[in-house]
Structures are given as structure tokens and as C-alpha cells.
Ligand binder design. Structure first.
Ligand code: APR
Length: 247
């Protein structure tokens, strides 16, 4: 089946769904120029996650961790939402997609216009104090690193979830709630290897829902998906958006 046929199949699944949600990973932002973590050219090929994305790494060397996040913020600041983010936002506007559960911290879904975005791994444009409840939005990468808390002068940290840390409770509960209501989940650009986030599509399947898996290579959902579209996300959603006259 070529992409046209697969997108027509996706449209049929959307038409027969009462409650569609999306679950996204780094691959949906790849065509916006934001590097993925795994797969060819992924960040974890070049950088050691244990030195950059754990609470221990931050305690040991907050400067090094902030240098890396500053670099990622600079890359993300230059990135623009691609057709995958844009068409998902349009599908939400039409009431077709009810929620986007994302593992991404880049904020590109919101910049594309999506409203109901559940960020399981936090957001790179927020920082929080390591000591008190202070939290702030960052309009640009911090000049002085590590930035200090204006309330108690302790170091601020990126408001993202590191390996070994629990997911934000509210986001996780919202995600579970959406997954329990969904009869269709569109999984886009994720390897599906990081728990507990990776459970979300499986919960939809468990409740009798269907999975559409969009990836440029097989991932952990391919074997349980009702439809696997092995194409770049931007291309799939451009075709979908044109067929549904959303773009
Ligand atoms: N279109 C669709 N899929 C793509 C594209 C693309 N243009 N480019 C890459 N991919 C796929 C890759 O094949 C891969 O399966 O996106 C997936 C990205 O996987 P990961 O890099 O593992 O990203 P993700 O699944 O989001 O990682 C989950 O791991 O490191 C942690 O906290 C980090 O949120 C992240 C979590």
C-alpha cells in the first residue's frame, strides 16, 4: 500500500472514531530540525544521558547540564512547527483530536496552535528551583548558568523529567484519563522505549481501542498497531491535511 492508500485508511479510522487522541515523541519534531534521542544521528549517540539527563548529573555539575540544555533551547528556538504539528492542531480545532499526549519538551505542539497538550516530560521553556516552589517561564536560554532562584538563591533546573524521576502527577493522571476514553490513538515519532510514558498506547489497545503508528522505522508499537505508516510524519500529515482540506 502506498502513502495515499495508508492515509485513506487513516481517514476511515478517524471517521469511525468517537474519541481520538495523539501520542507523540521526538520524531514528530525531527523535520523541524530538532534532533531525536535514538535512531540515526540521535542525541544519545553523541551525548551520555547519565551525564546530562539525571538528577545526579545535575547535582554533580549543574553548569554542564545547563550548557547542554542551553544548546537544545537554541536549536528549538530556531525550529518551526512542521505539517505534523500543524495538522494535529487543525484536527483538534475540528474536534477530531481530543488531546495530544507528548513526550517532547520543545513546545512545538503549542506553537502550532494545539490547546489540549499533556506534557509528560515537562517543558524546556520552564525552569524551577531545586529548593523552593519557585517556577518560571524562560523566554530565551539563561545568560548566567546555573540561573539562581530569585526567592532563595538556590540553582534553578530545567523543568523537565530526567531519567529516574517520576512524571508530573497531574500530567500522568490526565494522560491515563485520556487513554481510558480513547478508541483511537495516533502514535507519531516515538521509539516507545521509555516507561511509563510508553504505556499510553498500550492502555488504549487494552481498552479495545485502535493504534495508528507513524514512524520512519519499526518501533515498539508496530506489531500491535492496526495501521503502520512507514513514512516521515510531516509527509503523512501533509497528505492527510490536504485530503481533509485542513491546509
Ligand atoms: N517522522 C516520524 N518518525 C520519525 C521521524 C520522522 N521524520 N524521524 C525520526 N522518527 C522516529 C525514529 O525512528 C524513532 O523511532 O522517531 C523516533 C524517536 O525516538 P526517540 O529518539 O527514542 O524519541 P522518543 O521516543 O520521544 O523518546 C522518549 O526518551 O530520552 C528520553 O525524555 C526523552 O522524551 C524522550 C523519551
Amino acid at each position: 500500500m502506498d502513502i495515499e492508500d495508508k492515509v485513506n485508511h487513516l481517514i476511515k479510522l478517524l471517521e469511525s472514531s468517537e474519541y481520538t487522541i495523539a501520542f507523540t515523541g521526538a520524531g514528530i519534531s525531527a523535520e523541524s530540525g530538532v534532533p531525536t534521542f535514538r535512531g540515526r544521528g540521535g542525541l544519545w549517540e553523541k551525548f551520555d544521558p547519565l551525564k546530562l539527563a539525571t538528577p545526579e548529573a545535575f547535582r554533580e555539575d549543574p553548569r554542564r547540564v545547563w550548557e547542554w540544555y542551553k544548546w537544545r533551547m537554541e536549536v528549538i528556538a530556531k525550529a518551526k512547527p512542521n505539517p505534523a504539528h500543524i495538522v494535529l492542531a487543525k484536527l483538534e480545532e475540528k474536534g477530531i483530536v481530543k488531546a495530544i499526549i507528548t513526550q517532547n519538551v520543545d513546545g512545538l505542539h503549542q506553537r502550532a496552535g494545539s490547546k489540549n497538550v499533556i506534557e509528560l516530560h515537562g517543558n524546556i521553556w520552564r525552569a524551577r528551583c531545586t529548593n523552593c516552589n519557585y517556577k518560571t517561564r524562560l523566554q530565551e536560554p539563561p545568560r548566567k548558568i546555573p540561573p539562581k532562584c530569585p526567592e532563595c538563591n538556590n540553582p534553578l533546573r530545567p523543568d523537565v523529567v530526567w531519567f529516574g524521576e517520576p512524571l508530573p502527577r497531574k500530567a500522568w493522571e490526565e494522560a491515563l484519563n485520556e487513554a481510558s476514553k480513547a478508541d483511537l490513538i495516533i502514535v507519531v515519532g516515538t521509539s516507545g522505549v521509555v516507561q511509563p510514558a510508553a504505556m499510553i498506547p498500550v492502555i488504549v489497545k487494552y481498552h479495545g481501542g485502535k493504534i495508528v503508528d507513524i514512524n520512519i522505522e519499526e518501533d515498539n508499537y508496530t506489531n500491535i498497531a492496526d495501521l503502520f505508516i512507514k513514512t516521515k510524519a510531516g509527509q503523512v500529515f501533509k497528505t492527510l491535511g490536504e485530503k481533509l482540506k485542513l491546509i
